[in-house]
Structures are given as C-alpha cells and as structure tokens.
Design a protein around this ligand. Structure first.
Ligand code: FA5
Length: 348
C-alpha cells in the first residue's frame, strides 16, 4: 500500500463512520464502536499498517490518523449522549435501591502505635521534640558511652542479641537493648539545651511472659540544661502521668541502679487491675506496675558526649510502651499485643 491508498482508505472510513453514526441507536452503539475503534476495528487496523511506511511518511500519516481518531471519538461521545446510551435508568432498572449496603471493614492503628502517639503528645505538650535512632546499634552507643565499662557486670542486666557483623571499632554490632543510645547520638550531634523523646523497638534475649517480651518498645526521654535536678525529673514525670492516666494514678519512685544515671530510680504506677490492693497476678501481688527507669544523667555520659559536665546536667528516663498500653487498655497479658487477633484488636 502506498501513501495515497492509505489516505483514501482513511477517507472511506471517515465517510462510512459519519454517515452511519446518525442512524445508530443506543442499543447498537457499542457494536458500532467496536467495529470502527475497537482493538480490531477498521481504524485501528489501518493505523497498525503504518509500521510498514518509512519513518518520515509514518509521521505525517500517523498525525492524520490520530486526528481522525479524535474526531470520530468526539462524534461517538456526542451520539452516546444524544441517544442516552450507557445511562442506567435507576427507576426501571433491576437494582433494588432499598437493599442494605455492604459494610466496609475499617482499618485502625495498632494499640501500641496509639499508646506511643499519646505518650509523644504528652511530652510534646511539655516542650519535648522527637528523635530517632537505629535498631542495629554499635556497642559504643548502646553500652560504652552510657558508662558501661567493657567488663561491667551491669551489661548482663540486658541480655544482648549480637549480629554477626563488626562496627568501625571492630566490635560486634548488636540489636539495641534499650532506647538510651538515642541519648548519646542526639547529644553528640546537637548542642544543649535539649529536650527530646524517642520511641522504638528494642530487643533482649529474655523469656516471654505476661509482662515481658524479647522484642518490645521503649520511649526514651531526656532533658539537658543548666541546673537540672531530680526534682525536675519528678515534676516532669508526674505532670506527664497525670495527663495520661488522669488524677487518680499514684506514682512511686524507688532507688535503682543504671550505670548511666546517678542517682537512679524505678518509677511505678498503682496497679489499675487491683486498684493498688496487691491482690492480682499482673502486678505480681505488689500493687504497683513498673513502668520506667530514670535518673540524673551521670557526668561520665555528659562528658562522653563532649559537653562540659560542670556546666550542663540532665535527667533521662526509659519507659516500656507495652506496659503503658496494658494500663491504658486494661490488658492483663502483653502477648495479646503481638498476636494481632482481630477479635482483640477491634475491642481496643
Ligand atoms: C532501661 O532499659 C534503661 N535504659 C531505662 C533508663 C533510661 C534508665 C534512662 C535511666 C535513664 P529497664 O531495663 O528497667 O531500663 O527497662 C525500662 C522499662 O522497659 C521497664 O521499666 C519496663 O517498663 C520495660 N521493659 C523492660 N524489660 C522488658 C521486657 N522484657 N518486656 C517488656 N517491657 C520491658
């Protein structure tokens, strides 16, 4: 086929299309469309023949063919509107408009995410900003800069999962055992004063029970400024807990040891399940649920981050997010938070 033959065929298609379109009614319009514009329609096949023309001719003929396609599609749409083709008359249709619709199952945030968000909100109201840190961590950030000497027995407090890869200092990489390395990373990269919280997953080689997991979540918080004391820590945590749990929650501070704080404390909240009476397995008969460790940042940590320990001081805390979720949602067994049983999640 030469150029002229191709053009003549194009003109024929145009004439035939336009002269029959006006006579085509709504019932026949789909067939009409397939005949000319469908995958094996007349115009489509003619356009396909363009592949046999030299490139320069193909450009010119292709433009003509595409222009006709646009023209015919427009005319077809106008005819469809005119004849009412494709419009469903709901009053006369087979649809039962009184039938109830299908419910769409709605997704929602996981209770641990909701809890972390509530905790973030509480601390943001107190002027804290958010930071993040990696899950695979270096010994230096997870232990050494936090005042754990290489052979310090306190390293055994947190049974560590090691990764079979070395860091730049030649030490095995590890899965972070707590969120405290974020303190070091943030302090090393920013100047004080700092007020920061950071939530995320942590890992410990621990047996699983109703209140322990081997992969759980913590929220770290710390405040570094001039003259920060234990009193600031107590005030901040009490204000946060009152906001989160309401006025009725009682909070207890008891002395504790962490190498990176001095003094250190464990903070517990009165058990919501037995109302603090102690007659319950969740708090193991104590009436209190341990929520977090905290204390005044050890001067060695302040120094390890390059700050002047005479000038700057701070407090830090690390809270178990699962424990907060258990209290907020009345969950007696932490494992329920990981099983993702929709019957449970939908109730929360
Ligand atoms: C720490 O992890 C310290 N980094 C906290 C800290 C930060 C102290 C800053 C001082 C200054 P601890 O191991 O106690 O501390 O854990 C903190 C909280 O995590 C606990 O109070 C508890 O709420 C939660 N937690 C600890 N172990 C588990 C576990 N296996 N499963 C679930 N939650 C846990």
């Amino acid at each position: 086929m030469n150029q002229d033959d191709w053009k003549a065929k194009l003109a024929l298609i145009r004439d035939s299309f336009l002269s029959t379109l006006g006579k085509t009614d709504a019932a026949a319009i789909a067939e009409f469309e397939t005949h000319y514009l469908g995958r094996k329609g007349e115009l489509t096949l003619l356009l396909r023949d363009l592949k046999d023309f030299p490139i320069e001719e193909r450009k010119i003929l292709g433009a003509l063919g595409n222009a006709l396609k646009t023209e015919l599609s427009g005319a077809l749409d106008a005819r469809k509107t005119e004849t009412g083709a494709g419009v469903v008359n709901l009053n006369k249709s087979q649809f039962d408009l009184t039938m109830a619709g299908y419910p769409f199952p709605k997704g929602s945030l996981h209770p641990l995410t909701v809890t972390a968000n509530k905790m973030y909100d509480g601390f943001q109201k107190l002027g804290f900003s958010i930071a993040e840190g990696p899950l695979i961590e270096e010994d230096y950030f997870n232990f050494e800069a936090l005042n754990f000497a290489p052979d310090h027995p306190a390293r055994d407090m947190q049974d560590t999962f090691y990764v079979d890869l070395k860091d730049a200092r030649g030490k095995d990489l590890l899965l972070r055992t707590h969120t405290s390395p974020v303190q070091i990373r943030t302090m090393k990269s920013q100047e004080p004063p700092l007020r920061v919280v950071s939530a995320g997953r942590v890992f410990r080689s621990e047996a699983v029970d109703a209140s322990h997991s081997f992969a759980f979540h913590q929220m770290e918080g710390f405040y570094v400024d001039k003259n920060v004391t234990m009193a600031d820590l107590k005030w901040t945590l009490e204000a946060f807990m009152k906001d989160l749990f309401g006025g009725q929650a009682k909070i207890s501070f008891s002395p504790s040891f962490f190498p990176f704080v001095e003094p250190g404390a464990q903070v517990a909240v009165s058990c919501v399940f037995c109302k603090g009476s102690g007659a319950c397995p969740v708090c193991k008969g104590t009436g209190w649920i341990e929520l977090l460790g905290a204390g005044v940042i050890h001067p060695n940590v302040i120094k390890a981050c390059g700050y002047d320990a005479e000038k700057w001081s701070g407090f830090a805390f690390g809270a178990g997010i699962e424990r907060f979720a258990m209290l907020l949602y009345g969950i007696r067994d932490m494992r329920m938070l990981y099983e993702n049983d929709l019957r449970i999640l939908k109730q929360l």
